[in-house]
Design a protein around this ligand. Structure first.
Ligand code: F6R
Length: 604
């Protein structure tokens, strides 16, 4: 995710800003920039090293603001990188978060003659601040923020007042570092630690006016607040992991926030509609497709398989799901009413990209569900949806997979509504999707049982995952997670398929993880579990809260909350991710960096 850093003190600011940005690199970014009063803005695309090369020794100011950008609105270009400037060119802003009402704010500014250079929501905010600026920067920021809907962590600085940085927070972290000869501010305490351990966290709705030897915390009503610094005891790495032992655990626990940001601004609840801006231009074509081919690799492929269940069941759209590594070499028999949808976290996976290009050669409509904005696949598809899941640091995909399922649920409603799904039915799904982040956050607030169960299952050499319908691909995803981070041999099957061969593997040393929520195939899953039980295999079931029958057939049960059937696979995935994580940790393995794997597979 984007990173923010600011400094006002007695030393040359540029090297301090660059060092600050380097500490934020672990969060992922695609472009970066700094603003030093008196010397203006310097930006670059790609690694911080590119920016560093542009910083000349004559940039001598002793304050400034800096940013690493993870593109959301508009591709990763210098024009879109932060800092952005107001109309006068002298007030600069760096911003994390999303201004949801940026379109309407932009329209009202355009009427006043304000012009825009970038595609970003951030430029709208600084132009708004600039339009309200009459000598007091805090007042201008405060008045602008009163008109803003969305999330932000911001720093603002005026060329003519190099001794002041104004910071504000709503939903996106801002923390002050109180130093001996200067003050610091960042979106992430890890960037402050080399300078100071004394920090002040801003709460939502709070602003800070930061000078080199003082600071003031105020709220948006202008009231001064008394906040004392606290001491950070963590070292750098633990701060980056925000207290979690591993990035994988942190990313699993981010599921609630990830869903929030994937759906933000995209659900029109009262109308039972979904707005996916990147699909607007192709919507009529989507509704009249004969067939959709989903292409992906690994977890993204399994997300595609869940997507197929959603699209076929609720939108009546025939779907095929293909592995990127296969589709690219197959004879392609698609007609012109077939579209190809690439699902990819990185947007750079070589096999998925090659499949996309082979579809383009046949002149098929190409679409993407992509997390990394501006990545090759995002650029080469005709239309698409960004996940907005933020960067994934751990090699094994967790939060991106959750976000892919969320996008599929939204895409399903989008297409289904075009094909006749009633407003009431759509509203039911979307209301539940809107409530899902809080359901998941509540679920994640107590996972100690999963940890205990993981300990018990960590001694086995094999495991078999079974599920049916929506949960057959979730079984595959669960087994992939276990393989990746624990090196336990795991297989996955649709529950009804076991008896056609693989059941021969089972005995008391071969546990079965059965995903059996209360859905329309629950009874069938129970029969499959009984078959497994008869072969003495230990059974761990993932079942719906309140299911009293499941404990009769399973040895262990992880209960999950019941949600709308289209969303149930999202919830069922989380305990499987945690199970793999805790087993890996129990075995003393490097769960964030499993052997033989790379985060982005850019070779064939
Ligand atoms: C599994 C995992 C991989 C990726 C696959 C596709 O945990 O991370 O299976 O899902 O390599 O990567 P993307 O989504 O970047 O195309």
């Amino acid at each position: 995710m984007c990173g923010i850093f600011g400094y006002v003190g007695k030393k040359p600011a540029a090297p301090i800003l660059i060092e600050g940005l380097k500490t934020l690199e672990y969060r992922g970014y695609d472009s970066a920039g700094i603003f030093v009063p008196g010397f203006g803005v310097v930006k670059s695309v790609g690694p911080i090293a590119n920016l560093e090369k542009k910083i000349t020794s004559d940039i001598k100011g002793d304050s400034g603001i800096a940013h690493t950008r993870w593109a959301t609105h508009g591709p990763p270009t210098e024009l879109n990188a932060h800092p952005h400037l107001d109309m006068s060119g002298s007030v600069a802003l760096v911003h994390n978060g999303i201004i949801e009402n940026f379109r309407e704010l932009k329209e009202s500014l355009v009427v006043q003659g304000v012009t825009f250079k970038s595609d970003t929501d951030t430029e709208v905010l600084i132009k708004l601040i600039g339009s309200l600026y009459a000598g007091n920067l805090y007042e201008a920021v405060k008045n602008a923020l009163k008109r803003v809907r969305g999330t932000y962590g911001i720093l603002v600085q005026d060329e003519h007042r190099p001794d002041v940085i104004v910071a504000a927070r709503m939903g996106s972290p801002i923390v002050l570092g109180v130093g001996a000869d200067g003050n610091f501010v960042s979106s992430d305490p890890s960037a402050l630690l080399t300078h100071t351990k004394k920090v002040i966290y801003l709460n939502d709705g709070e602003c800070a006016v930061i000078k080199k030897d003082s600071y003031e915390i105020l709220n948006l009503a202008g009231k001064k607040l008394q906040k004392n610094p606290e001491t950070v005891e963590w070292d750098l790495e633990s701060v980056q992991k925000q207290g979690y032992e591993h990035f994988m655990l942190k990313e699993i626990f981010e599921a609630g926030e990830v869903i929030e940001s994937t759906i933000r601004g995209r659900l029109i609840l009262e109308k039972g509609k979904v707005r996916l801006g990147g699909m607007d231009a192709v919507l009529p074509k989507l509704a009249s497709l004969n067939r959709l081919v989903i292409v992906g690799c690994g977890s993204a492929y399994y997300a595609g398989q869940v997507g197929r269940c959603m699209l076929e069941e609720y939108a009546g759209l025939p779907v095929e799901v293909e592995l990127g590594s296969e589709y690219r070499y197959k004879r392609n028999l698609s007609d012109k009413k077939t579209a190809v949808l690439a699902v990819t976290q990185s947007g750079e996976t070589a096999d998925t990209l090659a499949s996309l290009r082979s579809a383009k050669k046949l002149d098929l409509l190409t679409l993407g569900i992509v997390n990394v904005v501006g990545s090759t696949i995002a650029r080469e598809t005709d239309a698409g949806v960004y996940n907005h899941a933020g960067p994934e640091v751990a090699v094994a995909s967790t939060k991106a997979f959750i976000s892919q399922l969320v996008v599929f649920a939204m895409l399903t409603v989008l297409i289904a509504r075009e094909k006749g799904m009633s407003q009431a039915e759509a509203k039911k799904i979307l209301d539940e999707l809107n409530a899902l982040p809080s359901v998941i956050k509540k679920y994640l607030s107590d996972t100690k049982d999963i940890k205990k169960i993981a300990k018990k299952y960590s001694g086995y050499k094999n495991a078999m995952y079974i599920g049916r319908k929506f949960h057959a691909p979730i079984a595959s995803e669960g087994s992939l997670k276990l393989k990746e981070v624990t090196y336990i041999h795991a297989e996955a099957f649709a529950g009804g398929e076991l008896k056609h061969g693989s059941i021969a593997l089972l005995d008391k040393d071969f546990p079965v993880i059965a995903i059996a929520p209360k859905d329309d195939v629950y009874e069938k899953m129970i029969s499959n579990i009984e078959e497994v039980k008869a072969r003495s295999a230990p059974i761990l079931a993932i079942a719906t809260e309140g299911d009293s029958h499941i404990t009769d057939v399973a040895d262990d049960v992880i209960f999950i909350p019941k949600v709308h059937p289209i969303l149930q696979p999202i919830v069922s995935t989380i305990p499987l991710q945690l199970l793999a994580y805790y087993v890996g940790v129990e075995k003393g393995l490097n769960v964030d960096r499993p052997r033989n794997l790379a985060k982005s597979v850019t070779v064939e």
